[in-house]
Design a protein around this ligand. Structure first.
Ligand code: NAI
Length: 324
């Protein structure tokens, strides 16, 4: 029989965890023929709740689920891990300064990066979902010097999927008609959803919508969608975030011609080397590769620069705090 893939999920007892674990166990993360072993990492206070979720996972009798481990020790959770979904993070509380937020998350993602460095399997792939996702990923990556940097990624796939859905509704086409959508930069309100490279029916998407709609409606709707969900639901996006995490890892492992993911910059498109920034990427043989050679006009340049500037500021802040 095939050796099961060990998938570690942090923040397993949270709302994204609840929407994510059952889909992983059913085979949607890696493929319908790949057995998985789940490791649930939680803080001590939430271990009992994670045990409850594990009872429900048992009760599904998933044919592909070969075992579940529950722990509050990152060294145990990441031991032999092949895929790590870092979902648990410290949320911004009222009145919290950015420095406090980054420091609190450094206390989570630094040790987790080190545990991945010391204990994960050689083929480890890491997706950071917990916010601020790009900079948490940077902290984890810098604390894992023995792991190839390109194994650390952060999630902008939810933003990508939101952009697809908004554009499909505007043009009244199925989402499958849209190709080459791209999210650039930070998973934050400064992100830049780019319609100048997206194509609908083989033609540039930006030319099929009014420029007023593009800059006045589309970009802010995608960028502020998270806040709109909180406003409507009274809780942040969970099922859609879990769905995007599934999409991100599935495509990373199984390949794709074009999607959006935050990956370590090699300096492409003027994004400072080392930042974990969202780019248009393709995936083959288990690696993401930044799609090269796109022409960037002034409109896009200005917006890419602004979101990348924010990433550089976050990097400088965590450097100053001694977190990287
Ligand atoms: P939640 O608050 O329901 O769950 C978070 C869980 O993480 C809690 O069970 C908590 O005990 C756990 N946790 C905290 N510190 C931990 C640690 N050191 N180790 C292990 N577990 C730990 O939050 P939810 O809704 O599940 O969201 C999780 C994160 O995902 C948040 O940071 C949220 O902002 C982020 N998010 C990111 C999105 C993206 O597109 N990148 C989209 C939606 C949410």
């Amino acid at each position: 029989a095939t050796v099961p893939v060990k998938v570690t999920v942090t923040g397993a007892a949270g709302q994204i965890g609840y929407a994510l674990l059952f889909r992983i166990a059913s085979g949607q993360l890696l493929g319908a023929d790949v057995p998985v072993k789940l490791s649930l990492l939680e803080i001590p206070n939430a271990v009992k709740a994670a045990e409850g979720t594990a009872m429900e996972l048992d009760d599904c009798a998933f044919p592909l689920l070969s075992g579940i481990e529950i722990t509050d020790d990152p060294n145990v959770a990441f031991a032999g891990a092949n895929v790590a979904l870092l979902v648990g993070a410290m949320p911004r509380k009222a009145g919290m300064e950015r420095g406090d937020l980054l420091e609190a998350n450094g206390g989570i993602f630094g040790p987790q990066g080190k545990a991945i460095n010391d204990h994960a399997a050689a083929d480890i792939k890491v997706l950071v979902v917990g916010n601020p996702a790009n900079t948490n990923a940077l902290i984890a990556q810098r604390n894992a010097p023995d792991v190839p940097a390109d194994r650390f990624t952060a999630m902008t796939r939810l933003d990508h999927n939101r952009a697809l859905s908004q554009l499909a509704a505007k043009l009244q086409v199925p989402v499958t008609e849209i190709k080459k959508m791209t999210i650039w930069g930070n998973h934050s309100a400064t992100q830049y959803p780019d319609l100048f490279h997206a194509e609908v029916g083989g033609k540039v998407a930006a030319e099929q919508v009014e420029s007023e709609w593009l800059s006045g409606t589309f970009i802010p709707t995608v960028a502020k969608r998270g806040a709109a969900i909180i406003e409507a639901r009274g809780a942040s996006s969970a099922a859609s975030a879990a769905n995007a995490a599934i999409d991100h890892v599935y495509d990373w492992v199984n390949g794709t011609d074009w999607t959006s993911a935050a990956v370590v910059s090699d300096g492409s498109y003027g994004v400072a080397e080392g930042l974990i920034s969202s780019f248009p990427v393709r995936a083959a043989n288990g690696s993401f590769e930044i799609i090269q050679g796109l022409e960037i006009d002034d409109f896009s340049r200005e917006r890419i620069d602004a979101t990348v500037r924010e990433l550089a500021e976050e990097r400088d802040a965590v450097k100053e705090l001694g977190l990287i």
